[in-house]
Write a protein that binds this ligand. Structure first.
Ligand SMILES: Nc1nc2c(ncn2[C@@H]2O[C@H](COP(=O)(O)OP(=O)(O)OP(=O)(O)O)[C@@H](O)[C@H]2O)c(=O)[nH]1
Ligand SMILES: [Mg+2]
Ligand SMILES: [Zn+2]
Length: 406
């Protein structure tokens, strides 16, 4: 049965001229820079009307989500694996990589929606191989609405969407070298809650468990790698893990070098789209290499690097797993600044607070200085961990400060 053709709505889009200064360009950018404008203008379904030098408008057909109507006969489906400046590396349905630019009119639409194409985005792209001597070159025509997004606040106080459409966040920590930072894990758990991702916590470097690594050795390593001296002895790692397990979070103990826990990790990753995140040097890339050696990701001994050159992985990149599913390796981070979490919303991401919240005297209790707070009472009775509660207070303070400065 012939399917009814979807009807679109016509919109007029400002066709902005690219007046940005050309930034440092890599090989691809140089190659396609000249092509880009031509590609962006040649689509026949767009009517371009020139109104003087700088102002142009065009009419395009969009659907109810304001995205261009899919042309299934001419476009291919793909997933964005990496973004290099203006070029997106897109894998088609067979896994072949394509170098794509984003159609300029679509870029304008995305700017209006305050988003840009990012790793994990599902896209439709047109094939421009013929004009490029058979090389797999395309133009992204449409970005599908996102199912989820993992975002953080960047240094310029803007939203940085690390990955779109992932359904799991693998929070990678190491029990030593670098030392475990439970507060960072708490932040990731909030970000996962906010971004609608299922968190899984992976405690790597299990081969450096307390019986093999003394606090002395840990301090020595910290000094050698110019890291903060150990804030938490490796010997307490088990206590921290138990705490997360009691809250119901899935925790896995792994060693990328010795092979511990890799089967459990495979089980968690299979048929999911999982983003790995955590401090630099905890072993994210090593874990991926351990479960799929052909990936051949770069890994580096942290201790030999100076402060600046420490980050071995420098770009978020998506890979397909042989046994089903996708993983996204990301650069290590020092701090995870939350994006878009209001002070009053934070409590929702602390699962252990939930049973007590209805018993607070005030409806809008933030569980800090308010009288009759049932959460604070539970902390005092030892039913909520003091460590987690302080983690909450720190994030609450930050969220309030952000709101006040906005
Ligand atoms: N002892 C031990 N060392 C490990 C383990 N996993 C990784 N390493 C080492 O830790 C160092 C850093 O590993 P990477 O995989 O590069 O860490 P990363 O998290 O990808 O780091 P960035 O890319 O900078 O974010 C390397 O020297 C690895 O060999 C492990 O399970 N045990
Ligand atoms: Mg890495
Ligand atoms: Zn309260």
């Amino acid at each position: 049965m012939a399917r009814k053709k979807k009807k679109g709505r016509k919109v007029r889009v400002d066709f902005r001229r690219n007046r940005q200064q050309r930034r440092r360009s890599d090989e691809w950018t140089r190659r396609y820079h000249a092509e880009r404008d031509r590609l962006a203008d040649e689509r026949t379904s767009e009517s371009v009307r020139i109104k003087g030098e700088l102002s142009r408008k065009r009419t395009i057909l969009v659907d109810e989500q304001d995205a261009p109507i899919v042309d299934e006969a001419l476009w291919r489906r793909g997933i964005v694996c990496a973004v290099y400046g203006l070029i997106c590396r897109v894998a088609d349905e067979t896994g072949q990589p394509w170098d794509c630019v984003v159609r300029r009119v679509l870029r304008t639409l995305l700017i209006e929606q305050r988003s840009s194409v990012t790793v994990g985005d599902r896209v439709w792209f047109s094939d421009h191989c013929r004009e490029h001597g058979g090389e797999r070159v395309g133009v992204i025509e449409r970005v599908e609405p996102r199912r989820s997004a993992l975002s953080r606040r960047d240094r310029r106080n803007r939203e940085h969407t690390i990955v779109a459409n992932a359904d799991q966040l693998l929070i990678v920590a190491s029990i030593a070298q670098p030392a475990l930072k439970p507060h960072l894990i708490d932040r990731y758990l909030v970000a996962a809650g906010k971004g609608d991702l299922r968190p899984v916590i992976c405690f790597n470097k299990w081969d450096l468990a307390p019986e093999t690594v003394t606090l002395e050795q840990e301090r020595e390593w910290a000094a050698r790698s110019r890291r903060e001296p150990d804030t938490l002895a490796a010997t307490t790692a088990e206590g921290v893990i138990t705490e997360f397990e009691r809250l119901g979070y899935r925790c896995i103990r792994t060693s990328a070098t010795r092979g511990d826990g890799l089967e459990a990790l495979r089980v968690e990753l299979r048929d999911h789209m999982t983003v790995l995140s955590g401090q630099s040097g905890v072993g994210k890339s090593s874990l991926l290499n351990a479960i799929q050696p052909e990936l051949g990701l770069a890994v580096r001994e942290v201790s030999t690097e100076n402060e600046k050159g420490r980050h071995t992985t420098s770009l978020a990149t998506l890979f397909r797993l042989d046994f089903g599913g996708y993983v996204i390796d990301t650069p290590g981070i020092r701090q995870f600044d939350l994006w878009g979490v209001e002070p009053g919303e934070l409590e929702a991401y602390f699962v252990e607070f939930l049973p007590w919240i209805p018993h607070c005297r005030f409806n809008d209790c933030h569980h800090s200085v308010e009288e009759g707070c049932a959460v604070v009472a539970a902390v005092e009775r030892g039913e909520i961990s003091v460590r987690r509660y302080y983690s909450y207070l720190k994030m609450l303070e930050e969220a309030a400060a952000r709101r006040d400065s906005a």
